[in-house]
Design a protein around this ligand. Sequence first.
Ligand SMILES: C[S@@+](CC[C@H](N)C(=O)[O-])C[C@H]1O[C@@H](n2cnc3c(N)ncnc32)[C@H](O)[C@@H]1O
Length: 292
Amino acid sequence: MSYDGSTDGAGAQTVWEIAVSVGEDQLELTSDLLWSLGATALEERPASPGAALVVTMSDRAAAEHFLGSLLAPTTGVDPSTVNLERREFVASQSWRDHARWHRIAPDLLVGPSWLEAPVPGDAIAIEPAGSFGLGDHPTSGISLAETRALVRPGDRVIDLGAGSGVLSIAAVLRGAVEVCAIDISPEAVAAARLNIKMAGCADRVTTILDGTGAAAVAAFDGSADLLVANILAPELVALAGPIDAAVAPSGRLVLSGFPEARIPFVNAAFPDWVESRRRIRGNWCALVLRRR
Ligand SMILES: C[S@@+](CC[C@H](N)C(=O)[O-])C[C@H]1O[C@@H](n2cnc3c(N)ncnc32)[C@H](O)[C@@H]1O
């Protein structure tokens, strides 16, 4: 374990990076461990051999607490593979210079379209343009994990609040034949269209500008196999009627975009549905619902 404390720079933002060096064969296991210890984003940097998995925190005490948990004897992590480093981000530098690829599920990476993916495999390149981030937000990560778990080849999927289109692309990679990507924001629809095209999924995904939920109901005549919505809790509650009407009797919902404390508020808006699973990352959650 090594520690590098650098000096403050004027106008710079300080962050704390915990990096763990791992071989290819340990990537999934170590990612799982870092998630389970409370990482809310995980960056994977290429290294030779293997890679460095990096957790970034803006608070020193939180970083040291995380480090303590990581180096607890029960984890089996070799301290010589761990490095805590303080970094300064100069405000004038573009955020694009700091964008990195993130492992958001054991078998899936998302990252900026202007950098090459660090390892082969399922990797979704994102140009966020005017949409919601790079697909590396915890709610995107848990929505992606559920999308990948639930989509079956041949499914028809609605991505409500599509943002960058990352969930639509993930659905196609899992075999969805038709996806309807809907967003209230024209900038998000443009970004989704671009990313879906870059991913080679344009023949399976239709992008639609709508904020009322009407497009979701119209999408597959109310017979979607899955509807994924990573939106804020009040929006999910307001859209509960159309969401319900858009999905087949045997269909599933993945609802995310809200903190754990809001689960009862969201569930109460879906009385004909029952929660079959919940996934928590940090304080954020994703619910999987099926009809009663
Ligand atoms: C948190 S982002 C999620 C983006 C992407 N699905 C993801 O998981 O990374 C939420 C998106 O929902 C969109 N949105 C908010 N209210 C909406 C509504 N009523 N109908 C459709 N989209 C909406 C926003 O414009 C935004 O792009």
